[in-house]
Design a protein around this ligand. Structure first.
Ligand SMILES: [Zn+2]
Length: 259
């Protein structure tokens, strides 16, 4: 989708080529990225590259968070406060029962920085299609991919049923991301539901990437199983609930979970 070209012998200096306002990225791979981690990093990198504005001047270092271009501690402090207030505005809550990569994806989703098709189109990245590959029906926006698409809806229904929570009626990302706050239970129960939701975001995103980059048919049952497996592993180890058995987890036996 990003014009990934393998080029063993030729060294080409221009890796970002502008064509009629569209940015084409030429990586000239020695070896095409193929593992899930590599593909995820490539997609994230590609998205970041599309945010860069190139000008025809000599390279130099500047501090972009101050109009003068010069670094100062006070401008750094202002920037940190701004990021903090952005997080607060988005209501993002870090969940230390989930790994950093899972939290990070959730954070990117909530602030709208996931390189889905609609985001790439807005950045003038040329793709064959901007339609969601799960349903082949609507443009793949963040809201569609994680909230409106039939595939996502089936995942959220599965979680509600498994955790015996009310069915999710979501109109936007935040309705899903903060669904746990409206469930009945203790703070730790809500944190566990939050963990499962974060893992589900991760699972949907992985499945979507495998479909796009590896042409791997989406397997809804596989995604559900992965969500149950990973959340069990992280709940046991990161929330330190080693005594919880797989069967108790699958049956969502709350009394066994010290919540
Ligand atoms: Zn869809």
């Amino acid at each position: 989708m990003y014009n990934l070209e393998v080029n063993k012998n030729v060294q080409v200096a221009e890796r970002l080529v502008k064509d009629n306002g569209a940015i084409i990225i030429k990586f000239n791979w020695q070896r095409s990225p193929s593992t899930e981690e590599e593909l995820y990093q490539l997609e994230t990198l590609s998205h970041e590259l599309t945010l860069v504005n190139l000008r025809d001047v000599e390279d130099s270092w500047t501090w972009s968070h101050d109009a003068s271009g010069i670094f100062s501690v006070s401008s750094l402090r202002r920037q940190l406060q701004r990021v903090e207030s952005l997080n607060e505005a988005a209501g993002f809550v870090w969940n230390n029962w989930a790994p950093i990569k899972v939290n990070f994806l959730a954070w990117r989703i909530i602030i709208g920085r996931v390189p889905c098709m609609a985001a790439l189109r807005r950045r003038h990245v040329t793709l064959d299609s901007y339609i969601c590959k799960f349903c082949d029906d609507q443009e793949e926006s963040v809201e569609h991919l994680f909230v409106g698409c039939q595939f996502a809806l089936a995942v959220w229904d599965f979680i509600a049923e498994w955790c015996r929570c009310p069915r999710m009626f979501a109109f936007g990302i935040k309705d899903v991301m903060y669904y746990h706050l409206n469930t009945r239970g203790t703070h730790k129960w809500k944190k566990m539901i939050h963990l499962i939701i974060l893992v589900a975001f991760w699972g949907i995103w992985r499945c979507r990437n495998e479909l796009i980059f590896k042409n791997k048919e989406p397997n809804l049952d596989g995604v559900k199983q992965d969500i149950r497996n990973s959340s069990y592993l992280w709940f046991k180890n990161r929330a330190k609930r080693q005594e919880v058995t797989w069967l108790q987890w699958c049956n969502m036996e709350v009394s066994a979970m010290r919540l």
